[in-house]
Design a protein around this ligand. Sequence first.
Ligand SMILES: *[C@@H]1O[C@H](CO)[C@@H](O)[C@H](O)[C@H]1NC(C)=O
Ligand SMILES: *[C@@H]1O[C@H](CO)[C@@H](O)[C@H](O)[C@H]1NC(C)=O
Ligand SMILES: *[C@@H]1O[C@H](CO)[C@@H](O)[C@H](O)[C@H]1NC(C)=O
Ligand SMILES: *[C@@H]1O[C@H](CO)[C@@H](O)[C@H](O)[C@H]1NC(C)=O
Ligand SMILES: *[C@@H]1O[C@H](CO)[C@@H](O)[C@H](O)[C@H]1NC(C)=O
Ligand SMILES: *[C@@H]1O[C@H](CO)[C@@H](O)[C@H](O)[C@H]1NC(C)=O
Ligand SMILES: *[C@@H]1O[C@H](CO)[C@@H](O)[C@H](O)[C@H]1NC(C)=O
Ligand SMILES: *[C@@H]1O[C@H](CO)[C@@H](O)[C@H](O)[C@H]1NC(C)=O
Length: 689
Amino acid sequence: MDLTNFLSLAILVLAASAVSWDATPFNPASVPLAVRSPYLSAWLPQGAGTPLNGAWPQFWTGSILGWAGYIRVDGDTYTFLGDPVVAGAKSAVQKSLEFTSTQSIFVMTAGPVDINVNFLSPVEPTDLLRQSIPFSYLALSAVSNDGGSHNVSVYTDISAEWVSGDDSLTVNWTTTTGNILTHQVMLENQELFTEHSDHIQQGAAYYSTLNSSSVTYQTGQDAVVRAQFINNGVLANTEDPNFRAVSDNWPVFAFAHDLGIVSTIATAPVIYTVGHVRDPAIQYIVANDVYQPRSVYFWSAYSSVADLISDFVVDYSAALGRAQAFDQKVQSDASAISSNYANVVALSVRQAFGALELTLSKNSDGSWNTDDILMFLKEISSDGNVNTVDVIMPAWPVLLYTNPTLGKYLLLGLLEYQATGQYPNAWAAHDLGSSYPNATGHNAGNDEAMPLEECGNMLIMVLSYTQKSNDVSLITQYTDLLNQWTGYLVAEALIPANQISTDDFAGALANQTNLAIKGVIGIQAMSVISSILGNAVDQQNYSSIVQRYVPQILDYATSSDGLHLTLNYGNESSWGLSYNLYADKLLGTNVFPESVYDMQTAWYATVVNTYGVPLDTRHTYTKSDWELWTAAIMTNTTTRDIFIDSVYQYAADGESHQPLGDWYETLNGAVDGFRARPVVGGHFALLAL
Ligand SMILES: *[C@@H]1O[C@H](CO)[C@@H](O)[C@H](O)[C@H]1NC(C)=O
Ligand SMILES: *[C@@H]1O[C@H](CO)[C@@H](O)[C@H](O)[C@H]1NC(C)=O
Ligand SMILES: *[C@@H]1O[C@H](CO)[C@@H](O)[C@H](O)[C@H]1NC(C)=O
Ligand SMILES: *[C@@H]1O[C@H](CO)[C@@H](O)[C@H](O)[C@H]1NC(C)=O
Ligand SMILES: *[C@@H]1O[C@H](CO)[C@@H](O)[C@H](O)[C@H]1NC(C)=O
Ligand SMILES: *[C@@H]1O[C@H](CO)[C@@H](O)[C@H](O)[C@H]1NC(C)=O
Ligand SMILES: *[C@@H]1O[C@H](CO)[C@@H](O)[C@H](O)[C@H]1NC(C)=O
Ligand SMILES: *[C@@H]1O[C@H](CO)[C@@H](O)[C@H](O)[C@H]1NC(C)=O
């Protein structure tokens, strides 16, 4: 056993021993429960380990999302979900937690019965309709653990916290009965496209289950409804008529199921679905400063939320089958690299997809324009920008791996907007709007300027999409814009001005080597694009510029001892993660010689801290996405695995309570400011090559 394997094993043992339940593959900082959109984002915070009934689920920001669960066994009631304080219930004991790319599965022991609690957030990258559905499943199944038979019923509810960032606001609700039972709750004062503490103040939350003779429901004050179940095992089939504030005697929306006599054969699962729907979802700037309302893609197939829910509820077992196939594919592809790698990417999938929304516009006759598909991304936590280019770029590998066409739908909004001519700068815009869900552009040109960063990113992503899809539509339609951005790079990439890169928190710096690298790969990307378009003059022009620039950049940026690239030209003692070289491999442009990769690979092995290689010499922090982009370009497998194992060790270190933060300290594994950002899609860097 070499040192790295020994370290990985030691880490596994450490992670497993920190909690009292079996954690497979490990206990993460926060467990995804229902994570499907920027506004349907429920997590269970962990720290050193928190059982499913040890805390309330939280929105990604950390605000509480009431979601309670009880199981009643032979007259004794146990809490298994959330942290309700109502007399008469004991606590189930968590036996295990397992997560995959799409599922988080808990087993909780309630006396003589175990309850299996499966939170499934589907990820369906090649099925736009299903991918667009902002709903998630909770499936419960019970089994006797003592060989005996027991009378079991189960209960769950949600609170109105799912629809507002301000608990003092008034909500109203309805329960619809019939084949499917649905509780709907919404803010009485709807505010279009408006957020409060990152919660959308528009639309409604839906909690549903299939009806049968063993189902009861109730809405009302939390303590009252929960006590009704604790004491009786059934609900009253009544609705609370008194609409009030979220926190005014906390209204909850509950269902109970009588599972009957449960033996050592697990019961068929009881299915609940939870979702959040708003319409229109996005406003998007088109020509002449007109704002176009856009709806979530699923509306092209459903005329009501009730119809959508009916299909979604009964689709559970098929959805589970598809999810298991997806999980298995990710697991098997990533395991070919390493098991630690497979574990990190599995944790990253729902987080990456949970920032995305697929949308449509309407034709003038009111019908859906299914040719006008745009995907939107909320940057999340670092700020609320829409389609931030340098957030799409790090996340890009998960899109390439799962379905490059999703990447096209993310880029299209940016390309269309800039092609209208309303964005005044010569370089590529940073984002499509400062506050999600307002994709209203930056006609004043005062977006956060990252000129080299974003020009390079757009060219790299457009070529990458074209190569993976063999679809030339983007390069054909937006050739002028792409040439314009290339012109900027030709003028500015060799001697980068004092500007920020995507790592804006590290500050601005002149002559950043990594920006020069990105810029020159961007120019070469346009040479390849020109060649695909049959424009031999531009192809030749751009590639000859690149051939001129590369030796100059290497001359400016290589330390005089020849051991590493510098962070910025001329600063001998500086260095940084040259993650932008990844694009050279991804595109197959081979702009930089292999000797540069060998040099960087050898160097990083000498500067690694306990939790990885620092982002650069200005600080000891790093970024998990860039660690794994860098891992992907290492020419030595041992060094590659040091990067992977560092990120794994950080993700499993039990120090954080928040959805995986990509920005963290290499000395002690402490998380820095970010959480729940889609950039963890970049953990797929090795699989996208
Ligand atoms: C649920 O279904 C049962 C029969 O399966 C029916 O008796 C009952 O009325 C339904 N409940 C509601 C609330 O629709
Ligand atoms: C709840 O409030 C919304 C928005 O004001 C309104 O459209 C809806 O009719 C109300 N629903 C009920 C049941 O009062
Ligand atoms: C989006 O724009 C609307 C005005 O069109 C405004 O009311 C709303 O507050 C904005 N949303 C955010 C999140 O800034
Ligand atoms: C099981 O318990 C429920 C209440 O929790 C009760 O209504 C039902 O009669 C019980 N069934 C049996 C077979 O004891
Ligand atoms: C090559 O491209 C640069 C940048 O766009 C441009 O300024 C220059 O005129 C081009 N040269 C030729 C020969 O096309
Ligand atoms: C950037 O690097 C170039 C080439 O070494 C040098 O001429 C220039 O002075 C540097 N600019 C700054 C601000 O350091
Ligand atoms: C060189 O880089 C180091 C580490 O980033 C930094 O502390 C130092 O200030 C830099 N020196 C100059 C002259 O910029
Ligand atoms: C790879 O790097 C490790 C140290 O990180 C070193 O021991 C090993 O010799 C290197 N292998 C090759 C083939 O260079």
